[in-house]
Design a protein around this ligand. Structure first.
Ligand code: 13P
Length: 389
């Protein structure tokens, strides 16, 4: 990996987030960091984008459900899976006034990245107005992994460089690639290696095209195993992921992680407290994740909205080497959907519900959350066996 001074960046920056006079306006610590790592046309921008997403009291809203999964969300409130209904739902979420106070990034599905509101404003511009960085899901989903123990692998590397370049032009500044590891299925050494290698290739390609890669090897909640077993698997998975990230010369200062929390399997006889989950999760992260990584943005994985917030809060009771925050889909959307019910007259109430959840997680990111007064609906778990995204 060459260590050189950087040439002037060629890219333009995200509206609202990026100042115009780039080099002089970068915070000195970002300039210093960028000057000591692998040079590339986007290095400074990657470091800046990752830092701005990992900013205090903010996290990521994940609404990058594939059309099929978005259809499941819509059918849960009796709506058909049409482009117009997906647009209406995403419009509700992305035009919530004041969202940028708690949300620093939003992960979109390709359809949404190119879509506009019903009144003609691009969704990307709605986000920029709130100083929220637009992101894009770039993987092509999971398929069976031959030769494994009924496990899967994640597709999407073919043509990824040109897709990332197009997404950048469209306004995206970060990307997400979700692959999964199943504890009840092994995991086999083959499945772990494949997951780690795929994530590393994707991360290198995303960075080469100006997108901060979110690295997400989701360890599924499925199974009746104890928390110690999850810790063992998570340590193994993250060791391989970082081994291959380094082999692929990925700039650690310009990535974000999206891990599962270390919990017992969903069917284990005992539930763990937020304090226990925080202890195991932070132990795993401290053993495996270099402090050069700016942000750890957890997925919710089927936990209830309140559980996900309590666990995040517990992890922020101590000072951590990285920004420890959220990148939730289900744990930010459940109450919103139930409140909306597809009715235009409920949009305002549903947006308020989103702000309540976003604010709760923002407060949890700062370690100051209490679950007092939370609604019963927000305490309902959302785990589903064999969930696909
Ligand atoms: P959940 O928070 O629903 O587990 O979302 C997973 C995900 O990868 C969203 O981008």
């Amino acid at each position: 990996m060459a260590t050189t001074k950087l040439s002037a960046p060629t890219s333009h920056w995200i509206g609202g987030v990026r100042p115009l006079n780039l080099r002089s306006s970068l915070r000195p610590e970002i300039r210093q960091v960028a000057a000591t790592i692998r040079s590339g046309p986007y290095t400074e921008e990657l470091v800046h984008t990752a830092k701005s997403i990992a900013s205090p009291g903010r996290g990521i809203l994940a609404i990058d459900e594939s059309n099929a999964t978005c259809g499941k969300r819509l059918s849960s409130i009796g709506l058909e899976n049409t482009e117009a209904n997906r647009q209406a739902y995403r419009q509700l979420l992305l035009t919530t006034p004041g969202l940028g106070e708690y949300i620093s990034g939003a992960i979109l599905f390709e359809e949404t990245l190119y879509q506009s509101t019903t009144y003609g404003e691009k969704f990307v511009d709605c986000l920029r107005r709130e100083k929220i960085v637009p992101g894009i899901k770039v993987d092509k989903g999971l398929v069976p992994l031959p030769g494994s123990n009924n496990e899967s692998w994640c597709q999407g590397l073919d043509g990824l460089a040109s897709r990332c370049a197009e997404y950048y032009k469209q306004g995206a500044r970060f990307a997400k690639w979700r692959t999964v590891v199943s504890i009840p299925c092994g995991p086999s050494a083959l499945a772990v290696k494949e997951a780690a290698w795929g994530l590393a290739r994707y991360a290198a390609i995303a960075q080469d095209n100006g997108l901060v890669p979110i690295v997400e090897p989701e360890i599924l909640l499925d199974g009746d195993h104890a928390i110690e077993r999850t810790l063992e698997v998570a340590e193994n998975v993250w060791a391989e992921v970082f081994f291959y990230l380094a082999q692929n010369s990925v700039v650690f200062e310009g990535i974000l992680l999206k891990p599962s929390m270390v919990t017992p399997g969903a069917e284990h006889k005992e539930k763990a407290s937020p304090e226990t989950i925080a202890k195991y999760t932070l132990t795993m992260l401290k053993r495996r994740v270099p402090p050069a990584v700016p942000g750890i943005m957890f997925l919710s994985g089927g936990q209830s909205e309140v559980e996900a917030t309590l666990n995040l809060n517990a992890m922020n009771q101590s000072t951590n080497p990285w920004h420890v925050s959220f990148s939730y889909a289900r744990a930010l959307q459940n109450t919103v959907l139930k409140t909306w019910q597809g009715q235009p007259e409920n949009v305002e109430a549903a947006q308020k519900a989103l702000l309540i959840r976003a604010k709760a997680n923002s407060v949890a990111q700062l370690g100051r959350y209490s679950s007092q007064g939370e609604a019963e609906e927000a305490k309902k778990g959302m785990f589903q066996k064999g969930y696909t995204y």
